[in-house]
Ligand binder design. Structure first.
Ligand SMILES: Cc1cc2nc3c(=O)[nH]c(=O)nc-3n(C[C@H](O)[C@H](O)[C@H](O)COP(=O)(O)O)c2cc1C
Length: 394
Protein backbone atom coordinates (compact mmCIF):
# COMPACT_ATOMS: atom_id res chain seq x y z
CA UNK A 1 0.00 0.00 0.00
CA UNK A 2 1.31 3.44 -0.86
CA UNK A 3 2.17 5.59 2.15
CA UNK A 4 -0.01 8.61 2.78
CA UNK A 5 1.93 11.82 2.03
CA UNK A 6 2.68 13.97 5.06
CA UNK A 7 3.52 17.57 5.61
CA UNK A 8 6.77 17.84 7.55
CA UNK A 9 6.94 20.75 10.00
CA UNK A 10 10.36 21.46 11.50
CA UNK A 11 10.82 24.09 14.18
CA UNK A 12 13.60 25.65 16.20
CA UNK A 13 12.76 27.67 19.26
CA UNK A 14 14.63 29.19 22.16
CA UNK A 15 11.76 30.42 24.31
CA UNK A 16 8.72 28.57 22.92
CA UNK A 17 7.14 30.92 20.37
CA UNK A 18 8.25 28.96 17.29
CA UNK A 19 6.88 25.80 18.87
CA UNK A 20 3.54 27.58 19.34
CA UNK A 21 3.54 28.64 15.67
CA UNK A 22 4.59 25.18 14.45
CA UNK A 23 1.77 23.61 16.45
CA UNK A 24 -0.72 26.14 15.04
CA UNK A 25 0.38 25.28 11.50
CA UNK A 26 0.11 21.58 12.37
CA UNK A 27 -3.41 21.96 13.77
CA UNK A 28 -4.56 23.98 10.78
CA UNK A 29 -3.12 21.34 8.41
CA UNK A 30 -4.89 18.57 10.29
CA UNK A 31 -8.18 20.49 10.13
CA UNK A 32 -7.73 20.24 6.34
CA UNK A 33 -7.20 16.46 6.63
CA UNK A 34 -3.51 16.90 5.82
CA UNK A 35 -1.32 14.44 7.76
CA UNK A 36 1.49 16.09 9.70
CA UNK A 37 4.89 15.17 11.12
CA UNK A 38 6.06 17.80 13.60
CA UNK A 39 9.63 17.75 14.88
CA UNK A 40 12.15 19.97 16.59
CA UNK A 41 15.13 20.43 14.25
CA UNK A 42 17.38 18.49 16.61
CA UNK A 43 15.10 15.47 16.25
CA UNK A 44 15.44 15.49 12.47
CA UNK A 45 18.20 13.89 10.40
CA UNK A 46 19.25 16.62 7.97
CA UNK A 47 20.59 14.09 5.47
CA UNK A 48 16.95 12.99 4.80
CA UNK A 49 15.97 16.42 3.50
CA UNK A 50 16.40 15.63 -0.23
CA UNK A 51 13.78 12.87 0.12
CA UNK A 52 11.08 15.20 1.48
CA UNK A 53 8.33 16.57 -0.71
CA UNK A 54 7.08 19.54 1.32
CA UNK A 55 8.67 21.01 4.44
CA UNK A 56 7.56 23.94 6.57
CA UNK A 57 10.27 25.56 8.70
CA UNK A 58 9.38 27.69 11.71
CA UNK A 59 12.52 29.21 13.20
CA UNK A 60 13.30 32.01 15.60
CA UNK A 61 16.40 34.19 15.93
CA UNK A 62 18.16 34.52 19.26
CA UNK A 63 21.38 36.05 20.70
CA UNK A 64 22.82 38.47 18.14
CA UNK A 65 21.26 37.02 15.01
CA UNK A 66 21.98 33.44 16.15
CA UNK A 67 20.10 30.18 15.60
CA UNK A 68 18.36 28.52 18.58
CA UNK A 69 20.43 25.75 20.21
CA UNK A 70 18.23 23.05 18.70
CA UNK A 71 19.05 24.26 15.16
CA UNK A 72 22.83 24.44 15.40
CA UNK A 73 23.55 20.87 14.20
CA UNK A 74 21.08 21.11 11.33
CA UNK A 75 22.46 24.45 10.19
CA UNK A 76 26.05 23.18 10.28
CA UNK A 77 25.01 20.25 8.10
CA UNK A 78 23.27 22.55 5.61
CA UNK A 79 26.35 24.74 5.28
CA UNK A 80 28.58 21.95 4.03
CA UNK A 81 30.25 23.00 0.80
CA UNK A 82 29.87 19.64 -0.92
CA UNK A 83 26.04 19.69 -0.93
CA UNK A 84 25.79 21.53 -4.23
CA UNK A 85 23.07 23.51 -5.95
CA UNK A 86 20.97 20.48 -6.96
CA UNK A 87 20.98 18.76 -3.56
CA UNK A 88 17.41 19.81 -2.74
CA UNK A 89 15.91 19.73 -6.23
CA UNK A 90 12.28 18.64 -6.07
CA UNK A 91 11.93 19.69 -2.40
CA UNK A 92 9.30 22.35 -1.68
CA UNK A 93 9.66 24.48 1.40
CA UNK A 94 8.15 27.38 3.30
CA UNK A 95 9.81 29.46 6.02
CA UNK A 96 8.20 31.38 8.86
CA UNK A 97 10.60 33.38 11.01
CA UNK A 98 10.16 34.79 14.49
CA UNK A 99 12.14 37.83 15.52
CA UNK A 100 12.07 41.34 16.85
CA UNK A 101 12.79 44.34 14.62
CA UNK A 102 14.26 46.08 17.68
CA UNK A 103 17.34 43.91 17.06
CA UNK A 104 19.85 44.85 14.38
CA UNK A 105 19.89 41.33 12.92
CA UNK A 106 16.15 41.09 12.50
CA UNK A 107 15.04 37.53 11.71
CA UNK A 108 18.52 36.66 10.45
CA UNK A 109 18.03 32.94 10.92
CA UNK A 110 14.86 32.70 8.80
CA UNK A 111 16.43 34.90 6.12
CA UNK A 112 19.63 32.85 5.98
CA UNK A 113 17.74 29.55 6.01
CA UNK A 114 15.48 30.69 3.15
CA UNK A 115 18.50 31.72 1.07
CA UNK A 116 20.43 28.53 1.77
CA UNK A 117 17.50 26.23 0.92
CA UNK A 118 17.01 28.08 -2.35
CA UNK A 119 20.77 27.94 -3.12
CA UNK A 120 20.63 24.18 -2.62
CA UNK A 121 17.94 23.87 -5.30
CA UNK A 122 14.74 23.75 -3.19
CA UNK A 123 11.64 25.64 -4.37
CA UNK A 124 9.71 28.03 -2.12
CA UNK A 125 6.00 27.20 -1.81
CA UNK A 126 5.23 30.74 -0.61
CA UNK A 127 7.38 33.74 0.12
CA UNK A 128 8.92 33.58 3.60
CA UNK A 129 7.12 35.56 6.29
CA UNK A 130 8.77 37.29 9.22
CA UNK A 131 6.95 37.60 12.53
CA UNK A 132 7.90 40.65 14.57
CA UNK A 133 7.50 41.04 18.34
CA UNK A 134 7.36 44.82 17.77
CA UNK A 135 4.20 44.61 15.65
CA UNK A 136 1.12 45.90 17.52
CA UNK A 137 -0.42 42.42 17.30
CA UNK A 138 2.77 40.38 17.60
CA UNK A 139 3.99 37.61 15.31
CA UNK A 140 0.44 36.45 14.60
CA UNK A 141 0.05 39.49 12.31
CA UNK A 142 2.42 37.97 9.75
CA UNK A 143 1.33 34.41 10.49
CA UNK A 144 -2.36 34.61 9.52
CA UNK A 145 -1.96 35.83 5.90
CA UNK A 146 1.09 33.58 5.40
CA UNK A 147 -0.88 30.51 6.46
CA UNK A 148 -3.75 31.38 4.10
CA UNK A 149 -1.34 31.51 1.14
CA UNK A 150 0.42 28.38 2.37
CA UNK A 151 -2.73 26.23 2.14
CA UNK A 152 -3.59 27.58 -1.33
CA UNK A 153 -0.13 27.04 -2.74
CA UNK A 154 0.54 23.75 -0.99
CA UNK A 155 -2.55 22.32 -2.55
CA UNK A 156 -1.16 23.23 -5.98
CA UNK A 157 2.26 21.76 -5.18
CA UNK A 158 0.91 18.48 -3.86
CA UNK A 159 -2.89 17.97 -3.94
CA UNK A 160 -2.36 14.48 -2.44
CA UNK A 161 -1.66 16.17 0.89
CA UNK A 162 -5.33 17.15 0.99
CA UNK A 163 -7.23 13.92 0.26
CA UNK A 164 -10.61 15.55 0.95
CA UNK A 165 -10.02 18.45 -1.44
CA UNK A 166 -8.93 22.07 -0.95
CA UNK A 167 -12.26 23.24 0.49
CA UNK A 168 -12.41 20.66 3.27
CA UNK A 169 -12.19 22.02 6.82
CA UNK A 170 -13.04 20.33 10.14
CA UNK A 171 -14.66 22.64 12.72
CA UNK A 172 -12.68 23.75 15.79
CA UNK A 173 -15.13 21.85 17.99
CA UNK A 174 -14.39 18.59 16.23
CA UNK A 175 -10.63 19.03 16.05
CA UNK A 176 -10.23 20.19 19.67
CA UNK A 177 -12.80 17.65 20.89
CA UNK A 178 -10.36 14.84 20.09
CA UNK A 179 -7.62 15.20 22.69
CA UNK A 180 -4.17 14.04 21.64
CA UNK A 181 -2.88 13.72 25.14
CA UNK A 182 -4.13 11.31 27.71
CA UNK A 183 -3.83 11.97 31.41
CA UNK A 184 -4.01 8.91 33.65
CA UNK A 185 -4.90 9.59 37.27
CA UNK A 186 -3.34 7.30 39.87
CA UNK A 187 -4.89 6.70 43.25
CA UNK A 188 -2.26 4.28 44.51
CA UNK A 189 -0.33 5.31 47.61
CA UNK A 190 2.63 3.13 46.60
CA UNK A 191 3.79 5.78 44.16
CA UNK A 192 3.33 8.43 46.77
CA UNK A 193 5.81 6.76 49.08
CA UNK A 194 8.51 7.04 46.44
CA UNK A 195 8.17 10.80 46.56
CA UNK A 196 8.27 10.95 50.38
CA UNK A 197 9.71 14.12 51.88
CA UNK A 198 12.94 13.70 50.01
CA UNK A 199 13.89 17.17 48.85
CA UNK A 200 17.49 16.76 47.78
CA UNK A 201 18.73 17.83 44.38
CA UNK A 202 18.54 14.35 42.89
CA UNK A 203 14.85 14.26 43.73
CA UNK A 204 14.19 17.69 42.22
CA UNK A 205 16.15 16.77 39.12
CA UNK A 206 14.12 13.58 38.75
CA UNK A 207 10.87 15.51 39.09
CA UNK A 208 11.94 17.98 36.41
CA UNK A 209 13.06 15.19 34.11
CA UNK A 210 9.79 13.28 34.51
CA UNK A 211 7.68 16.37 33.95
CA UNK A 212 9.65 17.43 30.88
CA UNK A 213 9.63 13.92 29.40
CA UNK A 214 5.85 13.85 29.67
CA UNK A 215 5.35 17.40 28.46
CA UNK A 216 3.86 17.62 24.96
CA UNK A 217 5.63 20.96 24.39
CA UNK A 218 9.34 20.41 23.74
CA UNK A 219 11.87 23.15 23.06
CA UNK A 220 14.70 20.83 22.33
CA UNK A 221 15.34 17.10 22.29
CA UNK A 222 18.02 17.06 24.96
CA UNK A 223 16.53 19.45 27.48
CA UNK A 224 14.88 16.95 29.79
CA UNK A 225 17.53 17.26 32.46
CA UNK A 226 18.43 20.60 33.97
CA UNK A 227 22.06 21.50 33.19
CA UNK A 228 22.81 22.50 36.76
CA UNK A 229 21.34 23.93 39.94
CA UNK A 230 22.28 27.34 41.26
CA UNK A 231 21.49 29.14 44.46
CA UNK A 232 20.90 32.88 44.29
CA UNK A 233 23.10 34.55 46.87
CA UNK A 234 22.64 38.19 45.86
CA UNK A 235 19.72 40.09 44.31
CA UNK A 236 20.40 43.80 44.24
CA UNK A 237 18.24 46.42 42.52
CA UNK A 238 20.44 48.72 40.40
CA UNK A 239 17.77 51.14 39.15
CA UNK A 240 16.06 53.81 41.24
CA UNK A 241 12.68 52.82 42.60
CA UNK A 242 9.79 54.20 40.53
CA UNK A 243 11.92 54.83 37.42
CA UNK A 244 9.89 52.23 35.50
CA UNK A 245 12.82 49.88 34.87
CA UNK A 246 13.88 46.93 36.96
CA UNK A 247 17.57 46.16 36.40
CA UNK A 248 19.25 43.87 38.89
CA UNK A 249 22.63 42.50 39.84
CA UNK A 250 22.28 38.82 40.59
CA UNK A 251 24.90 36.47 41.98
CA UNK A 252 24.64 32.70 41.96
CA UNK A 253 26.69 29.88 43.37
CA UNK A 254 26.65 26.29 42.15
CA UNK A 255 24.90 23.79 44.38
CA UNK A 256 25.30 20.97 41.86
CA UNK A 257 28.61 20.26 40.10
CA UNK A 258 29.65 23.37 38.21
CA UNK A 259 29.28 23.66 34.43
CA UNK A 260 31.97 25.31 32.35
CA UNK A 261 31.21 28.74 30.93
CA UNK A 262 32.95 31.65 29.28
CA UNK A 263 32.46 35.38 29.60
CA UNK A 264 29.60 36.35 27.26
CA UNK A 265 27.67 33.07 27.67
CA UNK A 266 23.96 33.50 28.29
CA UNK A 267 22.34 32.01 31.39
CA UNK A 268 18.73 30.88 31.04
CA UNK A 269 16.98 30.72 34.38
CA UNK A 270 13.93 28.54 34.96
CA UNK A 271 12.06 30.35 37.67
CA UNK A 272 9.65 28.54 39.95
CA UNK A 273 5.97 29.45 40.04
CA UNK A 274 3.93 30.64 42.94
CA UNK A 275 2.47 27.42 44.48
CA UNK A 276 -0.73 29.25 45.45
CA UNK A 277 -1.31 30.20 41.80
CA UNK A 278 -0.62 26.64 40.65
CA UNK A 279 -3.10 25.34 43.21
CA UNK A 280 -5.72 27.93 42.23
CA UNK A 281 -5.35 27.05 38.54
CA UNK A 282 -5.79 23.30 39.12
CA UNK A 283 -8.76 23.81 41.43
CA UNK A 284 -10.34 26.17 38.89
CA UNK A 285 -10.17 23.20 36.49
CA UNK A 286 -12.02 21.10 39.10
CA UNK A 287 -9.02 18.86 39.67
CA UNK A 288 -7.01 17.83 42.72
CA UNK A 289 -3.45 19.27 42.83
CA UNK A 290 -2.26 16.37 45.00
CA UNK A 291 -3.29 13.57 42.64
CA UNK A 292 -0.60 11.59 40.80
CA UNK A 293 -0.72 11.55 37.01
CA UNK A 294 1.05 10.23 33.95
CA UNK A 295 0.72 12.00 30.64
CA UNK A 296 1.00 10.14 27.34
CA UNK A 297 -0.19 10.38 23.73
CA UNK A 298 -3.67 9.07 23.00
CA UNK A 299 -2.40 7.05 20.07
CA UNK A 300 1.12 6.22 19.05
CA UNK A 301 0.29 6.94 15.41
CA UNK A 302 -0.53 10.51 16.21
CA UNK A 303 1.82 12.57 14.15
CA UNK A 304 1.60 15.83 16.01
CA UNK A 305 3.17 14.12 18.98
CA UNK A 306 6.75 13.22 19.42
CA UNK A 307 7.56 9.59 19.99
CA UNK A 308 9.58 10.12 23.15
CA UNK A 309 6.33 10.96 24.94
CA UNK A 310 6.03 7.22 25.21
CA UNK A 311 8.89 7.32 27.63
CA UNK A 312 6.52 8.75 30.23
CA UNK A 313 6.15 5.94 32.70
CA UNK A 314 6.39 7.35 36.18
CA UNK A 315 3.59 9.21 37.92
CA UNK A 316 4.15 12.74 39.13
CA UNK A 317 1.93 14.98 41.25
CA UNK A 318 -0.38 17.06 39.09
CA UNK A 319 0.79 20.22 40.84
CA UNK A 320 4.45 19.37 40.08
CA UNK A 321 3.60 18.67 36.44
CA UNK A 322 1.79 21.99 36.09
CA UNK A 323 4.50 23.88 37.95
CA UNK A 324 7.30 22.46 35.83
CA UNK A 325 5.74 22.40 32.37
CA UNK A 326 3.09 25.15 32.18
CA UNK A 327 3.45 28.85 32.74
CA UNK A 328 0.17 29.82 34.29
CA UNK A 329 1.06 32.87 36.36
CA UNK A 330 3.49 35.03 34.39
CA UNK A 331 3.37 34.57 30.61
CA UNK A 332 0.49 35.75 28.44
CA UNK A 333 -1.69 32.92 27.21
CA UNK A 334 -1.51 31.84 23.57
CA UNK A 335 -4.37 32.24 21.12
CA UNK A 336 -4.89 28.48 21.35
CA UNK A 337 -6.10 28.79 24.95
CA UNK A 338 -8.95 30.99 23.71
CA UNK A 339 -9.76 28.49 20.96
CA UNK A 340 -9.92 25.67 23.49
CA UNK A 341 -11.84 27.62 26.14
CA UNK A 342 -14.43 28.73 23.56
CA UNK A 343 -15.35 25.07 23.16
CA UNK A 344 -15.75 24.45 26.90
CA UNK A 345 -17.33 27.74 28.06
CA UNK A 346 -20.93 27.09 29.05
CA UNK A 347 -22.48 30.57 28.48
CA UNK A 348 -23.18 31.46 24.84
CA UNK A 349 -21.95 35.08 25.16
CA UNK A 350 -18.64 33.85 26.60
CA UNK A 351 -18.26 31.29 23.86
CA UNK A 352 -18.69 34.04 21.28
CA UNK A 353 -16.23 36.39 23.02
CA UNK A 354 -13.58 33.67 23.19
CA UNK A 355 -14.20 32.62 19.58
CA UNK A 356 -13.73 36.24 18.50
CA UNK A 357 -10.41 36.47 20.35
CA UNK A 358 -9.27 33.21 18.70
CA UNK A 359 -10.14 34.42 15.18
CA UNK A 360 -7.88 36.44 12.81
CA UNK A 361 -10.42 39.34 13.05
CA UNK A 362 -10.03 39.47 16.83
CA UNK A 363 -6.22 39.34 16.69
CA UNK A 364 -5.53 43.00 17.57
CA UNK A 365 -8.05 42.99 20.42
CA UNK A 366 -6.58 39.76 21.72
CA UNK A 367 -3.09 41.24 21.71
CA UNK A 368 -4.37 44.26 23.64
CA UNK A 369 -6.23 42.06 26.14
CA UNK A 370 -3.38 39.59 26.54
CA UNK A 371 0.01 41.19 26.08
CA UNK A 372 -0.68 44.89 26.59
CA UNK A 373 -2.85 44.45 29.64
CA UNK A 374 -0.54 41.64 30.78
CA UNK A 375 -3.02 38.95 31.66
CA UNK A 376 -1.87 35.51 32.74
CA UNK A 377 -3.36 32.10 31.94
CA UNK A 378 -4.75 31.91 35.48
CA UNK A 379 -6.47 35.30 35.12
CA UNK A 380 -8.00 34.42 31.75
CA UNK A 381 -9.26 31.05 32.95
CA UNK A 382 -10.61 32.62 36.17
CA UNK A 383 -12.44 35.33 34.20
CA UNK A 384 -14.62 32.75 32.44
CA UNK A 385 -17.86 32.38 34.37
CA UNK A 386 -18.45 28.70 33.75
CA UNK A 387 -16.83 25.96 31.77
CA UNK A 388 -16.83 22.22 31.87
CA UNK A 389 -14.31 19.88 30.38
CA UNK A 390 -13.04 16.39 30.71
CA UNK A 391 -10.12 15.89 33.06
CA UNK A 392 -7.92 15.34 29.99
CA UNK A 393 -8.44 18.85 28.68
CA UNK A 394 -6.12 20.51 31.19
C1 LIG B 1 18.10 36.99 24.22
C2 LIG B 1 17.31 37.29 22.98
C3 LIG B 1 17.97 37.63 21.81
C4 LIG B 1 17.25 37.91 20.64
N1 LIG B 1 17.93 38.26 19.50
C5 LIG B 1 17.23 38.53 18.37
C6 LIG B 1 17.91 38.89 17.16
O1 LIG B 1 19.13 38.97 17.07
N2 LIG B 1 17.15 39.14 16.05
C7 LIG B 1 15.78 39.07 16.07
O2 LIG B 1 15.15 39.32 15.03
N3 LIG B 1 15.11 38.75 17.22
C8 LIG B 1 15.78 38.47 18.35
N4 LIG B 1 15.12 38.13 19.50
C9 LIG B 1 13.64 38.10 19.51
C10 LIG B 1 13.11 36.67 19.34
O3 LIG B 1 13.46 36.14 18.08
C11 LIG B 1 11.58 36.70 19.45
O4 LIG B 1 11.23 37.05 20.77
C12 LIG B 1 10.93 35.38 19.06
O5 LIG B 1 9.53 35.50 19.14
C13 LIG B 1 11.40 34.27 19.98
O6 LIG B 1 10.95 33.05 19.47
P1 LIG B 1 11.24 31.69 20.25
O7 LIG B 1 10.47 31.78 21.52
O8 LIG B 1 10.70 30.63 19.36
O9 LIG B 1 12.69 31.53 20.46
C14 LIG B 1 15.83 37.86 20.65
C15 LIG B 1 15.17 37.52 21.84
C16 LIG B 1 15.89 37.24 22.99
C17 LIG B 1 15.14 36.88 24.25
Amino acid sequence: MEERPMLLILYATQTGNALDVAEQVGREAERRACAVRLLSLDEYDASSLPRENAVVFVVSTTGQGDAPDSMKGFWKYLLQRNLGQHWLEGVHYAVFGLGDSGYQKFNFVAKKLDRRLSDLGATAIVERALGDDQHPSGYEAALDPWMTSLWNMLNKVNPNLFPNGPGFLISYEKSIGQPKIQITYHTIDKEGSEFSTNSDLKHIEMQIERARTMSPGKFSNNKNRPDCFLKMIKNQLLTKEGCGKDVRHLEFEFVSPAVEYEVGDVLEVLPGQNPTAVDAFIRRCNLDPEVFVTVSPVEVENNLLRSHLNAAKFPIKLKSFVELTMDIASASPRRYLFEVMSIFATAQHEKERLQYFASPEGRDDLYQYNQKERRTVLEVVSSIGGFSFSSNAI
